[in-house]
Ligand binder design. Structure first.
Ligand code: PHE
Ligand code: FE
Length: 290
C-alpha cells in the first residue's frame, strides 16, 4: 500500500529509467476485467454514505463506473483536466526516491496487475484495484491533489533527514487509512479502507478501534500494522485543514523533536488525545492471540 516491502533496487528490463512500464491494457483477460467488476460492484454498494463526498465525487467525475479495468491513458486525460495529475504504471513497489519524484510531479504510480480471484478480500501488495479505485478518486479533489504533491516534495526532503519513518506514518494514517469528519459524521477517505469491503465497515462501525482526532506530531509517532485491520484511525476535520497544517509546518524541526520522543504503539491512547470514539480493542484481542 505504501513503500515498505519487496523493493527492487534497479528498474526491471522492461521499465523506463523512471521505473514506469506500459499498462498494456489490451492484454487484460476477460477474467481480469471480471475481477475488477466484482470488486467494484461490492464496494460501490457499501460506499455511498460511508466514503467522503470528495471520494464519491471523484469516482463519478472520472467515470470509474465503466465496466472493466480502467485504461490509464484515458483516465489520466480526465484527471489532467481536473487537477493536473496523471496515473502511470509501475511494476509493483518502487524505491522511495522514485515514488516521491513521481508524486512531487503529480504522477500517481499504480500497479498494473490485478489480484487473483482467490484474493478478493486480502492481498498485501497494491494491485490496480487498490491503486486506482482506492487512490485515484481523491486525486480529482483539488485540495487532496495539492496535499499529495506537497507530500511528494516533503518525501524528497525527508530522504535527506533520515525521517522517512515519521513521514511514512503520516501517509499511512491519512492517504491509506484516514477518516474525515463531514457534516457531523465520520466518513472514509483512506484508500486502504475504501478498497476493502471488510475494513469499510470495520473502520466506521466496529466498536474495536480507537478513532482519534488528527494531530500531526502524534500521528508521526504512532506505529501501525500492515497485517490486519488498524487498531486506531485518525480523523481529520477537513481536507483544507489537513493541507493547511502539513504545508504550514516545517517538518525539519519536528523530525528533530520526534527523534527525542518514544514511538506510540497501536491502540495506546494518551491523556492529551482527543478521542472521538474509544475502542474496546475486542477484535485485536481475539485475532492476535499470542
Ligand atoms: N511541510 C512539509 C515539510 O516541511 C512538507 C509536507 C507537506 C509533507 C505536506 C507532507 C505533506 O517537509
Ligand atoms: Fe495505497
Amino acid at each position: 500500500m505504501t513503500e515498505e516491502t519487496h523493493v527492487l533496487t534497479a528498474p526491471p528490463a522492461d521499465a523506463a529509467a523512471d521505473w514506469t512500464i506500459a499498462q498494456n491494457w489490451s492484454n487484460y483477460t476477460p477474467e481480469e476485467h471480471a475481477t475488477w467488476d466484482t470488486l467494484f460492484a461490492r464496494q460501490s454498494q457499501l460506499l455511498p454514505g460511508r466514503a467522503s463526498e470528495a471520494w464519491l465525487r471523484g469516482l463519478d467525475v472520472l467515470r470509474l463506473d465503466k465496466p472493466g479495468i480502467p485504461d490509464f491513458d484515458a483516465l489520466s486525460e480526465r484527471l489532467m483536466k481536473l487537477t493536473g495529475w496523471q496515473v502511470v504504471a509501475v511494476p509493483g513497489l518502487v524505491p522511495d526516491d522514485v515514488f516521491f519524484d513521481h508524486m512531487a510531479n503529480r504522477r500517481f504510480v499504480a500497479g498494473n496487475f490485478i489480484r487473483r480471484p482467490d484474493q478478493l478480500d486480502y492481498l498485501q501488495e497494491p494491485d490496480v484495484f487498490h491503486d486506482v479505485f482506492g487512490h485515484v478518486p481523491m486525486l480529482a479533489d483539488p485540495v487532496f491533489a495539492d496535499y499529495l504533491e506537497a507530500y511528494g516534495k516533503g518525501g524528497q526532503r525527508a530522504l535527506g533527514m533520515n525521517a522517512l519513518k515519521y513521514l511514512g506514518r503520516l501517509y499511512w494514517y491519512t492517504v491509506e487509512f484516514g477518516l474525515v469528519q463531514e457534516n457531523g459524521a465520520l466518513r472514509i477517505y483512506g484508500s486502504g479502507i475504501v478498497s476493502s469491503a471488510a475494513e469499510s465497515r470495520f473502520a466506521l462501525e466496529d466498536a474495536s478501534p480507537h478513532r482519534i482526532a488528527f494531530d500531526l506530531a502524534r500521528v508521526m509517532r504512532t506505529e501501525y500494522r500492515i497485517d490486519d485491520f488498524q487498531q486506531n484511525y485518525f480523523v481529520i476535520p477537513s481536507f483544507d485543514e489537513l493541507l493547511r497544517v502539513t504545508v504550514e509546518t516545517d517538518f525539519a524541526p519536528l523530525y528533530d523533536e520526534l527523534k527525542q520522543l518514544s514511538d506510540i504503539s497501536v491502540a495506546q491512547t494518551l491523556s492529551e488525545d482527543h478521542v472521538i470514539t474509544r475502542g474496546t480493542q475486542a477484535y485485536a484481542q481475539q485475532h492476535n492471540r499470542a
